[in-house]
Design a protein around this ligand. Sequence first.
Ligand SMILES: [Zn+2]
Length: 286
Amino acid sequence: MSEYRQHAAPADARQRRNAKPIICYSVDQLPSYDHQFYQRARSQLTKVDEVIVPPRDAASFSVPAGHFFRITSIEGSQVGDLNLFNVHNLQEHFYSGKTRQLHASHLTVGDRLWSNLPSLRAIATITQDTLDWYGWDQDGAGVHDVIGTRCDPYTNQLLKQTDYHYCCHSNLTRALAEHLNVATSEIEPLIHDVLNVFMCTGFSKDTHQYFMKASPVRPGDYLEFFAEIDLLGVLSACPGGNCGSSHSDDNTPCFPLKVEIFKTTDENLARWSNSEISKYSGSHGL
Ligand SMILES: [Zn+2]
């Protein structure tokens, strides 16, 4: 914290601070995003399933590889916390930290959702985003972030000394446990950092603290994905609602979210194949 700073800047502080920023990972080296392929595939969609996520709760959904899924705001401005798993191996799931490093702090069309180590592969690709007009606002905020984690009852207890049971972490845990018909204690460690769908966030300019502000999402807005592998998704309609005031409580109006699953034609998928796991040998030098 800056109030505890004790050291005067050295004589060459300015020179040290002027080192040139280098982008850590070159996105050009990633498997290329074939915009034409995804746009053609999404132009011929047939809806095969629909799930409504109740407010302050979560629901699961399955998306076969090669299908699309769309998360839509209905009834009111609402933020969603998304977990994605390999349906055949739940140990492989979305890795928000590496996704942030490979793409950016906030995601949009053309960005991939990557899975954790040792698989590290694209498990989904964002194919449409009706909030892509938002960009970066005057506060430095954007939408659909991978910098926050998910609201959880432990942090809430730490800060407020109260138990609240409908944080996204708990909602995701209950929904996954119910889907798999197992105890919540067994499944809770699999719940991971989320993609904050529709959430508008950034870091404050003065203290670089994580902040949220009312989401620009309105009913009808959606974020759409293409499943690069067979996916199990779990989505929580955050108790923070549009995240314009508070979260981890019952104070904010909350609304449901709609998840739709779409199939494209076999012809469109002819030139597409399942995403493959990392080719690293796994020896770690031994
Ligand atoms: Zn939440």
